[in-house]
Design a protein around this ligand. Structure first.
Ligand SMILES: O=P(O)(O)OC[C@H]1O[C@H](O)[C@H](O)[C@@H](O)[C@@H]1O
Length: 533
């Protein structure tokens, strides 16, 4: 197994610290000559990354390559895909699991890297294909013999964000008469609003929970079951489940169909498992879901390239580390110039911040270096009319990752003042990247832009199922590469536990199951919030 080295012990960090004293000056008038823009371009799976607007030069890229090599990042990526136990903290009780979401899409060759996991993935895909064929043929239908038109996915966190982001991104490819809705939050108003817009009699409810015990999902499952009964419908005809093998929800008698995911697939990395597969397969068709898998698999392969400039996920990871650890920037904005990617930043927030929001190394010691940044974002050009002021002139420097497409999904467009809307969209994205980099000097300090605000542009032809799969895997791999480099465990989430325990204590007090002592902060908080007498 590759030895895991602490970030601070990697020799290349010294060189990078020196280079960070004088990073590439993007605000110089001649900082972006044609040769630089042409040279700072890397490609994989139809995506081009334009990174001339990052504060890097050849010396920095060489040192970042050394850092990646010293930390054995590509070797760790391959070890992960081949079934090494990457989800662990040495010397302490931890999950001790393999990390094999990549096996879900390593289904296109006869020699997958993790044969057992891929065999399980293929078995689930075959079950899905069969189930969808029965839905199409009408063998799976409602009590009146009518077909199902809607799938309502009930799940939260990784069992919602990725599937929802992908569904919204790919709605353009929906089968005629098919759609999906989602309920995640335990907020009853959300459930009420979603249910009020649905014809439950034509709806399949897809309850998704890896653990099978998440409070929100179990509560919402009961809510939906009650709504079905109240509408005179039989829940057993309408509910399907996706859950971990052996979980409390793994009870085929309660569901019309049950699909599995496995403990080696983390929730936030599960969109290409049945967690995303059932809803995407129902709405887009099985073959389009396979296209998502194909794109993801090909990006997983691209992540095996040893050279930074040939390995898009690794290059994005190392540019992020340069910005985070050496230039000292605390956040990253993901800014898709595609309304269909509306929820993709929210998915990445979970994927990145739950993975790399860690303060203990894989060797169990507190880290002495910065780990995951705060990730946020919204689609452009909307953002330009909202928060970009801070990106251009605020006191916080926010590296940006722009994502765009040369062609629209629908191809219905209008030419106004000589350009199409799609051209306006892409031109705005490129302009923002230039403005952030070069700034503009002005005698009036209020109109002065200092520039030197780094960004990259990721651009592909069109947002198709294949491209969406590739984009998802690009980010999943970038996040894992960064975690490997920081020597943290990107695959557990202990930090979400404490809040759940305290919420359980408050709920036990509210239900009368277990009284709290009068001087406990929980009691005072409930009183102060007007929730208890
Ligand atoms: O799929 P489930 O077991 O219901 O989990 C749903 C989510 O809840 C947890 O709190 C975790 O923080 C997430 O990583 C997970 O995706």
């Amino acid at each position: 197994m590759t030895t895991w080295k602490d970030f601070a012990d990697l020799k290349a960090t010294q060189r990078l610290t020196e280079l960070a004293q004088q990073p590439y000056n993007l605000a110089r008038p001649d900082s972006l000559p044609p040769e630089r823009i042409a040279a700072c371009r890397a490609s994989a799976c139809g995506f081009d990354l334009l990174y001339a607007t990052q504060r890097v030069d050849d010396r920095v890229l060489v040192a970042l390559q050394e850092l990646a090599d010293e930390a054995g990042l590509v070797a760790q990526h391959k070890a992960m895909k081949s079934g090494a136990v990457m989800n662990r903290i040495i010397g302490h009780a931890s999950e001790e699991r393999q990390v094999l979401h990549t096996a879900c899409r390593d289904v296109f060759s006869d020699t997958p890297l993790a044969p057992e996991a891929t065999a399980q993935a293929k078995e689930q895909l075959a079950r899905l294909k069969q189930f969808l064929a029965e839905v199409d043929s009408g063998a799976v239908c409602n009590g009146q013999g009518q077909s199902f038109t809607t799938m309502l996915q009930v799940g939260i966190g990784g069992s919602d964000l990725g599937p929802r982001a992908l569904y919204l991104a790919l709605e353009r490819y929906r089968l005629p008469g098919r759609s999906a809705r989602f309920i995640a939050n335990v907020d009853p108003d959300d459930a009420a609003a979603v249910l009020s817009g649905l014809d439950l009699s034509r709806t399949l409810i897809n309850v998704v929970s890896k653990s099978g015990s998440t409070l929100e999902t179990r509560t919402n499952e009961e809510l939906v079951r009650t709504a079905l009964v109240n509408a005179g419908l039989n829940p057993a005809r309408h509910l399907v489940a996706v859950t971990g093998a052996g979980s409390p929800m793994d009870d085929p008698d309660k569901y019309r169909a049950s699909f599995h995911m496995y403990d080696y697939i983390g929730g936030r990395y599960s969109a290409t498992s049945m967690v995303g597969g059932v809803t995407l397969g129902f709405t887009l068709g099985y073959d389009q879901f396979v296209e998502v898998l194909r794109g993801a698999h090909e990006m997983d392969k691209a992540a095996e390239q040893p050279a930074l400039r040939d390995n898009l996920p690794l290059l994005m990871a190392m540019l992020g580390i340069w910005n985070r650890n050496f230039l000292g920037y605390n956040t990253v904005a993901v800014l898709p110039y595609s309304q269909a990617l509306l929820r993709f930043p929210a998915h990445l927030q979970q994927c990145d911040m739950e993975s790399n929001g860690k303060q203990v190394s894989r060797c169990g010691s507190p880290v002495t270096w910065k780990t995951g940044p705060i990730v946020w974002g919204e689609p452009g050009t909307n953002g330009q009319h909202a928060f970009y002021q801070l990106l251009h002139q605020g006191t916080e420097i926010v590296p940006a990752e722009f994502i765009g497409f040369r062609c629209s999904q629908h191809g219905r467009d209008i030419t106004v003042s000589g350009t199409t809307s799609q051209q306006k969209l892409v031109a705005n994205m490129l302009a923002q990247s230039l403005a952030m980099a070069q700034g503009r000097s002005h005698d009036n300090p209020n109109k002065h832009f200092a520039g030197n605000r780094p960004s990259s542009v990721l651009i592909a032809e069109q947002l198709t199922p294949y491209a969406m799969g590739a984009l998802l895997a690009l980010y999943e791999n970038r996040i894992a590469f960064q975690g490997f480099c920081w020597n943290i465990n990107s695959f557990d989430q202990e930090g979400v536990q404490l809040g759940k325990v305290l919420a359980d204590r408050l709920l036990a007090a509210l239900s009368g199951e277990k009284a709290l002592s009068a001087d406990a902060p929980e009691s005072s908080l409930l009183k102060a919030a007007g929730m208890a007498g």
